[in-house]
Design a protein around this ligand. Structure first.
Ligand code: KIV
Ligand code: NA
Length: 266
């Protein structure tokens, strides 16, 4: 199969084929996801929680991200590989460019960073320098202490207007993708209609151009009560891990996932 590029994803958005994305942190899972046909692998800074056992993503370093990105990149030649810039690694333009370059050298094809319109200059400079960017909007977990917990974002008029404006501004600055986490279904739909780049959702309803889940969550490995948007795909397939990935892809593409019970109506 031909390698997935941003062009592939833009074509998928244009023809209405949903994009499947999962987090991935090592070479074996990377290979299995490629065999199943997952289009985008995200080395998420969620690795601070699911691999390292922290209770937030804040302790994760650029070196941690680069280490896991290298492993994922070795695992397959087919998926588009996106790596998170971790907490406070993009506070200044100089840091942003140097840290994003480190992740690209480790094997990423694009980077993701959390924020809004204030990222516009960074996004423009990275894109000009050859680093495609995804901007993560809505519930941005690196800001958990600002939010006062992991909560659905964009629920009132002011914050939903701001989120839509943020999406427009970062796309105007060159963002190649938007990731929406935990926002009401209607707001996600408005973002998807407004921007001409792929919009990937998690807890953002069925109208996004694609979906992402943390791989541990979709395999049923979690302590405590899973988030509303989580579905266990290990019990949907043939019982194998690759079967779970295949079921996920199938259900994302058919629209069976996410169902209303996985989304926030308002
Ligand atoms: O770090 C991560 O896994 C993420 C996804 C949940 C979107 O950013
Ligand atoms: Na992340």
């Amino acid at each position: 199969m031909k390698p997935i590029t941003l062009r592939t994803l833009r074509d998928m958005k244009a023809r209405g084929e949903a994009i499947s994305c999962l987090t991935c942190y090592d070479a074996s899972f990377s290979a299995a996801m490629a065999r199943a046909g997952v289009e985008v692998l995200l080395i998420g800074d969620s690795l601070g929680m699911v691999l390292q056992g922290h209770n937030s993503t804040l302790p994760v370093t650029v070196a941690d991200m680069a280490y896991h990105t290298t492993a994922v990149a070795r695992g397959n030649q087919q998926s588009l590989i996106m790596a998170d810039l971790p907490f406070m690694s993009y506070a200044t333009i100089e840091d942003t460019l140097a840290n994003a370059a480190a992740l690209m050298r480790a094997g990423a094809h694009m980077v993701k960073l959390e924020g809004g319109s204030w990222l516009s200059d960074s996004v423009r400079l990275m894109t000009q320098g050859g680093i495609p960017c995804c901007v993560h909007l809505g519930l941005t977990p690196q800001s958990v202490n600002v939010f006062g917990g992991y909560r659905v974002q964009g629920r009132d008029e002011a914050s939903s207007t701001k989120l839509l404006e943020d999406a427009r501004n970062v796309v105007a600055a060159g963002a190649a993708m938007i990731l929406l986490e935990c926002v009401p279904t209607d707001l996600a739909k408005r973002v998807q209609e407004t921007v001409d780049v792929p919009v990937i959702g998690i807890g953002a309803g069925p109208h996004c151009d694609g979906q992402v889940l943390v791989v541990h969550d979709m395999l049923g490995i979690h302590s405590g009560k899973p988030a509303r948007f989580v579905k266990n795909f290990l019990s949907c397939g043939d019982g194998s891990i690759e079967g779970a990935f295949r079921s996920y892809i199938e259900q994302v593409k058919s629209g069976e996932y996410p169902a209303p019970e996985h989304a926030f109506a308002e």
